[in-house]
Design a protein around this ligand. Structure first.
Ligand SMILES: [Zn+2]
Length: 66
């Protein structure tokens, strides 16, 4: 088994209806995927996320076994 990091968009406040979730081997990759998803699906610019937003999103990242 390998460790991976997973993020489900619906866990985020206000995104309960979003079906997207992503899993990556590293947190770095997961952040990129999450940022890309936020851009494509929600019209957000990840560059605008402040420290508070990032800290909140960080709490939603789960470590999973794959
Ligand atoms: Zn989403």
């Amino acid at each position: 088994m390998t460790k991976a990091y997973s993020y489900a968009c619906r866990d985020c406040e206000g995104m309960e209806t979003c079906p997207a979730s992503m899993t990556a081997e590293t947190k770095e990759e997961l952040w990129q995927l999450t940022g890309l998803h936020a851009q494509i699906a929600h019209g957000e610019n990840p560059a605008d996320w402040d420290a508070e937003t990032r800290a909140y999103l960080e709490t939603l990242i789960k470590e999973v076994d794959v």
